[in-house]
Write a protein that binds this ligand. Structure first.
Ligand SMILES: CC(C)(COP(=O)(O)OP(=O)(O)OC[C@H]1O[C@@H](n2cnc3c(N)ncnc32)[C@H](O)[C@@H]1OP(=O)(O)O)[C@@H](O)C(=O)NCCC(=O)NCCS
Length: 145
């Protein structure tokens, strides 16, 4: 497995994976814009040259926000998301962030378990945050102090 930063050249492959992993995937245009967003950093995990997983963080001052993490269905439960989270959190430590937040669907136990494993704790709820299906988000935070 190779881990490297993603750029706009990876947009098409990332947008295809979005469709496989989310009920409301980001469009190709949104993916391209996000990969060129100066406050965002995306990393991809490649197996045999194919994008198998990716994760991203937006950083404003000393706050990080994990925007997305996904592993292609055929590559799940092999430690890819673990590796991507370690990459993002190492970058957060290097940048001296005070804390990192994220939202996750209330029903998404795999993702919540991943985040808890990496030191995140639920600190709040955003009512009706998600569509398709309509669902609350849990707000999770990891502090670095
Ligand atoms: C959540 C997701 C990214 C996990 O990716 P993955 O590469 O399969 O995860 P890993 O193999 O690296 O697992 C890391 C940890 O995540 C947790 N985890 C992953 N899948 C899990 C599952 N099905 N059930 C419970 N815990 C799970 C475990 O804590 C696991 O650690 P362990 O192997 O020591 O038990 C993947 O299931 C996915 O892409 N889901 C769809 C997209 C999504 O929901 N993203 C999150 C948006 S908030």
């Amino acid at each position: 497995m190779t881990i490297r930063p993603l750029s706009a050249f990876d947009a098409a492959e990332m947008a295809e994976m979005e469709k496989k992993c989310f009920s409301l995937p980001w469009s190709l245009q949104s993916v391209k814009a996000e990969l060129q967003n100066p406050i965002a950093r995306y990393v991809g995990a490649f197996i045999g040259g194919t994008l198998a997983g990716y994760a991203g963080i937006q950083i404003v001052l000393d706050e990080g926000h994990i925007t997305n993490i996904a592993t292609a269905p055929e590559y799940r439960r092999q430690g890819i998301a673990d590796t991507l989270m370690r990459e993002l959190l190492a970058a957060a430590t290097e940048r001296g962030l005070a804390f990192v937040t994220l939202e996750v669907r209330e029903s998404n136990v795999p993702a919540q378990t991943l985040y808890e494993k990496h030191g995140f704790a639920a600190v709040g709820r955003r009512k009706g945050y998600y569509d398709e299906p309509k669902e609350d988000a849990l707000l999770m935070t990891r502090e670095f102090v």
